[in-house]
Ligand binder design. Structure first.
Ligand SMILES: Cc1ncc(COP(=O)(O)O)c(C=O)c1O
Length: 386
């Protein structure tokens, strides 16, 4: 009998080592990792710079407390704010925690305006986490099932429909709009080019905070360091996690302008948040991005994948839509996908199935030869599924 709770249903494989885009299981078999631990291990497994940062920091100082100044945290905050053109950072340990901070900031924004029943607008089919507030923000009834009463008050509107948000113009109870720039968990749903710009101006006109959940899209995944940088905008609040730690647990909530001073001493905290180890690792990740031109690789490989997929799958009877931004890739099929995950594993490749889409989030360091292997295996999967 397993003593683990039943909230996961893992596939029957145990990985024991990883290097770059490759994983090895306990039987010595190798697998191409095109999932990156769900968009986490963006610089690949056991990147030497990150490993060195972990070892160096672990042999110097792991943890003190946020009751004392932490130099690595201050340096990382400065670096992130410089890259994002934002002002302040709170560090937690996960995406959900970063979003909890954002939601609390939105509540305080409402309190400052004497709003008694603050409302946050979020999107249908969104995913923001599994804590009570973040699952309430999430626009997916499956994530919420069984956990009533939910945290009020989130109103869900259709994604990629700025008119649905504009319809609330002048509503005095709204404090914020919270969106993913691209919806990841629901299958790489990419909005129109001007959607985020339109939402930002609606937020500005109404004095609502514009919160972007970049937990999955942030840290290079879409070809800019932050996905909203494709739109030349800056949100009031942005959350990060996943790729910021490459496997070391870290979350961050960044603010700008009116959102900067809402958290005051005693209003929020986290024991582990931003400790010397995790912030050292994140600093080393930012070094690798700069020194190794990671974004150039994301954009180059993304263009290659797009051209290959559109050529090879053109007119394919099983393919409904191909969606790609940077190295966030989804191929939506019009056939049953339920067995594809297991079949992919049997062919030594890690992917994800979300709804009827094959989703791939390969490490951002992936090279052309590895992409050719990925494409060959995925196309074989699609051919066999149809
Ligand atoms: C957009 C988004 N927000 C929040 C989360 C939750 O992050 P975590 O699992 O680190 O709490 C996820 C996780 O997949 C995510 O994709």
């Amino acid at each position: 009998m397993s003593h683990l709770m039943s909230n996961y249903l893992p596939l029957d494989v145990t990985f024991t080592a990883g290097e770059g885009c490759w994983l090895t299981d306990n039987k010595g078999q190798q697998y191409l990792d095109c999932l990156s631990g769900v968009g986490v291990v963006n610089l690949g497994h056991c990147h030497p710079t990150i490993t060195k940062a972990i070892v160096d920091q672990a042999s110097t100082l792991l943890h003190t407390s946020n009751w004392y100044r932490i130099e690595n945290q201050e340096l990382l905050a400065e670096r992130l704010c410089g890259t994002a053109n934002m002002d302040k950072v709170f560090f937690g340990n996960s995406g959900a925690e970063a979003n909890e901070a954002a939601i609390k900031i939105a509540r305080l924004h409402g309190q400052n305006k004497s709003i008694e029943n603050p409302i946050i607008l979020t999107a249908n089919q969104s995913f923001h986490g599994r804590t009570m507030a973040t699952l309430s923000a999430t626009g997916n009834s499956k994530v919420q099932a069984g956990f009533a009463p939910l945290v009020s008050e989130f109103i869900h509107v259709d994604f990629n429909d700025s008119d649905a948000i504009k319809a609330f113009d002048g509503n005095a109870n709204i404090v914020a709009v919270m969106l993913e720039p691209i919806q990841g968990e629901s299958g790489v749903i990419i909005p129109d080019d001007d959607y985020l710009n339109n939402v930002q101006s609606i937020c500005n006109n109404n004095g609502w905070l514009f919160i972007l959940d970049e937990v999955q899209t942030g840290v290079g995944r879409t070809g800019e360091f932050f996905a909203h940088q494709h739109n030349n905008i800056t949100p009031d609040v942005m959350t990060l996690a996943k790729g910021l730690g490459n496997g070391i647990p870290i979350g961050a909530c960044l603010t700008k302008g009116a959102a900067n001073e809402l958290l005051t001493p005693g209003t929020h905290g986290s024991t582990f948040g931003g400790n010397p180890l995790v912030t050292k690792v994140a600093l080393s990740i930012m070094d690798v991005f700069e020194n190794d031109n990671i974004l150039d690789n994301v954009n180059k490989q993304s263009t290659y994948i797009r051209s290959q997929l559109s050529e090879i799958l053109k007119g394919h009877s099983a393919v409904k839509e191909i969606r790609i931004k940077g190295l966030m890739i989804a191929i939506e099929l019009n056939v049953d996908c339920s067995t594809l995950l297991q079949k992919a594993l049997e062919d030594n490749i890690l992917i994800n199935i979300t709804g009827n889409s094959i989703r791939m989030l390969p490490p951002l360091i992936i090279n052309k030869d590895e992409i050719d292997i990925m494409l060959e295996k995925v196309i074989k999967l699609i051919n066999n599924a149809s």
